[in-house]
Design a protein around this ligand. Sequence first.
Ligand SMILES: C[S@@+](CC[C@H](N)C(=O)[O-])C[C@H]1O[C@@H](n2cnc3c(N)ncnc32)[C@H](O)[C@@H]1O
Length: 212
Amino acid sequence: MELINPLVQDYAEKFSSAEDALLKEVNDFTTQNHPEHQMLSGHLQGKFLEMASMMIRPRRVLEIGTFTGYSALCLAKGLTDDGLLHTIELRQNDAATAKGFFNRSVYKEKIILHTGDAKKIVSILNETFDLVFIDADKSGYIEYFNLIFPKLRKNGFIFADNIFFHGQAIETEPTGKNAKAIKAFNEFVNSRTDIEKLILTLRDGLYLIRKK
Ligand SMILES: C[S@@+](CC[C@H](N)C(=O)[O-])C[C@H]1O[C@@H](n2cnc3c(N)ncnc32)[C@H](O)[C@@H]1O
């Protein structure tokens, strides 16, 4: 399902700041070489992540699902001087691609890349996070939320991506495994009273969650 009118998307991209040179390279490289290139956040969502990070000025950021590194490079832009961003990627090949781009970034020393299953790695991170971006396997979202929540500071934020799951998660009875998982996550988030929440109709839907 085409969720955003292409004319609106083009207009919004035209009237938003362009990607910087390294982000453009990550985007172009991924589009030309990766069979799952549509997973990359892209220009508008990337710019939103950058803007939000600039507003929050996080000291500790956690990203679940690095892919080729695009969103991590956007989120790193708002880090404080002593800030660090932990990003976790399951697949060795994608982690190696992301590492190559991180090494060429001014945020090289601030981005800590972990390769492996986020469900194991999050548990051993001894940090208090200001901002978390969940963008990995859809069936894990509720588990990620539960693992992260105790490590999130009061007034800290969780952003969760693909909340419409290409339009399938808003169906009354979705059939796909991932669409069902996202629908269950959305209902789980919506039922909680210890958070404030907002779904942004950006790209495939982005849940913004603040811990009260
Ligand atoms: C949608 S992509 C991430 C896109 C990236 N955040 C961006 O905006 O460019 C999801 C990534 O999560 C990774 N992933 C899936 N399951 C994972 C797990 N259990 N632990 C860590 N990473 C996982 C996938 O290999 C994939 O690269």
